[in-house]
Design a protein around this ligand. Structure first.
Ligand code: DLL
Length: 435
């Protein structure tokens, strides 16, 4: 069985990879400068000409692009090919402001599907597998991206889209699905529903899951692996850079290999824009060097993470990114302390609670408030007020130890928090509504 989808690229020596990236970058910069007036203006303002970019070492000379640029250039301003050469559009799931739209030529779709096929192969997928795609289909890139990857990897593809959870499980059983692709929060929900239906992992054939599109913790990974009886692999991507498959996890499960023959990553200081050395935490920036229609150069993702070139036991030499800690704009500042939802999730699962929770932040009498509603599992449920209060106190104490600030914890009855079929909404910050 093939261990890699594209072995030559996935195991290329770092020196050869740098050479390849440099060649592709030089070509891409010319393509963008000649065809995207919006970016040409940014380069001109910075005094950079395409001839100044001769290798990856010159990347830092190029101007950044941000979501604000994408909004300003909406919808066609960053297009580098005539629309008649494009065959697909996808769009971000953002709920505020103008949506971001991304365009693909057939060549772009092909490369993107290869990236997803690499992820499926790394999770052990091949022509003997049945791959159930329960990411949403449509403008969101999750469904279509993994669908294309699954076809390429030769799996029998089950295009379920998200939702209708009992039917997902019925098909999973009847058709013997072996790989499940969906968001981690939906995987947790599918696992919970399986058990509610009186079934166990022995009743299904799943062996692996490819979960991404939202931050999730190692504790959540273990909880899903147990409830579905599988190995759970992380997958990362964003619409602006193509979709899922920008980076993917291998069997080592210690960070995601970035498909750096297509996307050059950098980590920068989000305040100053300065490029940080390998191993530093900072904002992830991508330059796409093979895309034709929507080739973003130095795009600031706002995702915070760390890159590492440590040798991987899987044999891939592609650089790895750690699980993103969340977006810089997911980070809440509560009473002056930086808080990521993932820190709270870690404590909840460690303390034996379910991954069903809701964080509410507000400001009362000029002080920030942090309320966390957490579902009890049926075996934790008690109708004795005192029991519940003791548990709430213990959990609040554990969260305070992690964060340094005191939350108010509300233990709520099983199944009272809405489940997610796509990207989970876990935080409501009402302070933003008052501002
Ligand atoms: O979420 C693409 C995708 C689909 C990735 C399916 C993986 C699987 P967007 O809707 O544009 O695209 O959202 C992109 O989601 O900038 C991250 O903040 C977050 N994100 C994506 N994957 C992960 C992950 C898709 N594995 C934004 N871990 C990104 C943490 C993730 N955050």
């Amino acid at each position: 069985m093939a261990k890699y989808w594209q072995e030559d690229m996935e195991t290329m020596s770092p020196e050869d990879m740098k050479k390849l990236q440099s060649e592709r970058l030089v070509k891409q910069v010319h393509h963008v400068y000649e065809n995207v007036p919006y970016y040409r203006d940014l380069m001109d303002k910075k005094g950079v000409k395409p001839e100044d970019i001769r290798s990856v070492d010159d990347l830092h000379k190029l101007p950044f692009l941000s979501k604000a640029d994408l909004r300003e250039a909406y919808p066609f301003g960053l297009l580098a090919k005539p629309l008649s050469d494009c065959v697909r559009i996808h769009s971000t799931s953002g709920t505020t402001g103008k949506r971001v739209v991304a365009f693909y030529t057939q060549h772009d779709v092909d490369l993107w599907e290869d990236c997803c096929a690499r992820a499926i192969t790394a999770a052990g997928g091949n022509e003997d597998d049945v791959c159930q795609i329960a990411y949403g289909y449509g403008l969101f890139t999750g469904g279509m991206g993994l669908h294309g990857g699954s076809h390429k990897a030769g799996c029998l593809t089950l295009p379920m889209s998200s939702g209708n959870t009992e039917r997902q499980i019925q098909f999973m059983r009847d058709l013997g699905a072996t790989i499940l692709c969906c968001t981690p929060s939906y995987a947790a929900y599918i696992g919970e529903t399986l058990h509610d239906m009186g079934l166990t992992p022995d009743d299904i054939k799943l062996k692996a899951g490819i979960f991404g599109a939202e931050p999730w913790t190692e504790e959540m990974r273990r909880s899903i692996e147990k409830s579905l009886g599988i190995k759970a692999y992380d997958i990362f991507g964003l619409t602006e850079i193509s979709g899922p498959g920008v980076a993917f996890e291998c069997e080592e499960q210690s960070g995601m290999h970035i498909n750096e023959d297509h996307f050059i990553p950098e980590i920068i200081d989000p305040e100053t824009g300065e490029v940080l050395p390998e191993g530093s935490v900072g904002e992830l920036v991508f330059t796409s060097i093979t895309k034709e229609a929507f080739p973003l150069l130095r795009y600031r993702t706002r995702d915070l993470c760390v890159l590492s070139r440590k040798k991987c036991s899987c044999g891939r030499t592609l650089i790895k990114m750690a699980k993103p800690m969340g977006r810089s704009d997911d980070m809440m500042i509560i009473r002056g302390v930086n808080v990521f939802p993932s820190q709270i999730e870690t404590v909840l699962i460690e303390q034996g609670y379910s991954p069903n929770y809701l964080i509410e932040v507000d400001r009362k009498n000029n002080t920030d408030t942090l309320d966390i509603s957490v579902e009890m599992n049926p075996d934790q449920f008690s109708d004795k007020m005192k029991d519940v209060q003791d548990k709430e106190k213990a959990l609040a104490g554990a969260i305070k130890t992690m964060l340094g600030i005191n939350p108010k914890v509300h233990l709520v009855s099983p199944k009272s928090i809405a489940r997610s079929e796509g990207k989970a909404v876990r935080v409501i910050d009402r302070r933003k509504l008052h501002d």
